[in-house]
Design a protein around this ligand. Structure first.
Ligand SMILES: [Zn+2]
Length: 401
């Protein structure tokens, strides 16, 4: 006996609705074969679109103000201003990383996210406290969402002595990847930071996911140095870059050779299509060049910005909007970054809507994937490992304590 039959759902890419049979957390059969076996429960999808569960490849769950009183934005315009302001606000508000990450996770699950990679602040001022808080949330929410943790040196590496040891300890204690940040602009010692974090990754066998806000030629230099180390240490396919604003402003003579290196070393690039005053990677050009792309919410309602929402379908819309995409292929490319792109970065196995895949899926009122991006309509149903975790925009999780 199957546990669930979803009748009449239109899978991404299919012309006609089909039925999906679900058992043991997987899609076990489609169409007539799905109907051939009895099911304990049936959901009539009435032709709604089925998408694979969204993958938020770049979040900051530990620092959100979600669920707290509204905090007007107070930071100055530079990255350094924002870091200083964030540390001040975190001290004043005394937020619990465990409680805040749980609050935001509930919201993300309600919006259809079934997998997330979150960067967690590590540094001499906070030690491993944020890591421990988010690890506790990962444990209590294991039945609802899959979470990967990046040990993230928000305040810098070389300018904050002791950070490399803390990053190493974070991986020993359960972080899945090592982060980095603007090796020239934040640290002023690009070789020191990159050598340090790559050495940990090589020693611990973990992946790297590096924030890069550096602009223009400086950003290009950092990317080149990251490629050099990925190549030398045999870490092809194990490195991701977050933001990489510079890729949106380099002349073709500089950009094209960099894209060729990123593709050859299988280095993935994350953009959340930032606010209009910032450049960001030309995603269609990157895709054509064979560079892996993914997206994420980045900071949701935190000291960095009040605006991000943790809604990956809306994020796909923003990528399409800010990229100037109008055609279906462009809208679907944006959606692929919020689904299959992130799934590859998180190395999810059996991800998708084919028979045999894990039953992580979202139903929405849309005719096709392009319309889902354009309208980013409410999530009717969210299934994670075959279990209903959200319905009509509300997460079906235990109440917050
Ligand atoms: Zn970030």
């Amino acid at each position: 006996m199957n546990e669930l039959l979803i009748a009449g759902a239109r899978r991404w890419g299919d012309a006609a609705p089909t039925d999906l049979a679900i058992r043991d957390g997987r899609i076990v059969a489609l169409g007539a074969e799905a109907r051939a076996q009895p099911a304990a429960a049936t959901i009539d999808a009435r032709g709604q679109l089925a998408l694979p569960g969204f993958v938020d490849g770049h979040a900051h769950l530990d620092k959100t103000f979600w669920g707290e009183p509204w905090q007007p934005h107070r930071a100055g315009p530079t990255i350094a201003d924002r870091i200083d302001n964030e540390r001040r606000q975190m001290r004043e508000l005394k937020l619990s990383p465990a409680r805040q990450s749980a609050r935001l996770l509930r919201h993300m699950v309600a919006r259809g996210t079934t997998h997330a990679r979150t960067h967690v602040d590590i540094g001499p001022d906070v030690g491993l406290a944020h890591l421990h808080g988010v690890m506790a949330t990962r444990e209590t929410h294991r039945g609802f969402i899959d979470l990967q943790i990046v040990a993230f040196p928000q305040t810098g590496v070389m300018r904050q002595p002791g950070t490399l040891d803390l990053l190493d300890a974070a991986v020993r204690e359960g972080a899945d990847a090592i982060g980095g940040i603007d090796p020239f602009a934040i640290d002023g010692d690009a070789d020191g930071q990159l050598d340090g974090i790559f050495a940990i990754a090589a020693r611990r066998g973990c992946e790297l996911d590096i924030h890069l806000h550096e602009r223009g030629e400086q950003g290009a230099r950092s990317i080149g140095m990251i490629c050099d180390r990925a190549q030398a240490l045999g870490l092809a396919g194990k490195v991701a870059l977050g933001h990489a604003f510079c890729l949106g402003e380099l002349p073709p003579a500089v950009l094209e050779p960099l894209l060729a290196r990123l593709a050859a070393l299988d280095i993935a690039v994350m953009t959340h299509a930032p606010m209009g005053y910032l450049p960001f990677p030309p995603v269609r050009r990157l895709a054509e060049a064979g560079v892996r792309l993914f997206t994420g919410s980045d900071g949701v309602r935190d000291a960095w910005t009040p605006l991000n929402t943790g809604d990956l379908l809306e994020r796909a819309y923003l990528i399409a909007y800010n990229s100037g995409f109008r055609d279906d292929a462009g809208l679907e490319l944006a959606l692929s970054m919020a689904t299959f792109g992130g799934a590859r970065v998180m190395r999810l196995r059996d991800y998708g809507l084919a028979a045999g895949c894990r039953a992580d899926l979202v139903l929405v009122d849309a005719e096709c994937a392009a319309e889902a991006v354009a309208a980013h309509p409410p999530r009717r149903l969210v299934l994670r490992h075959g279990r209903i975790v959200a319905r009509d925009g509300a997460a079906l999780l235990p109440q917050e304590d």
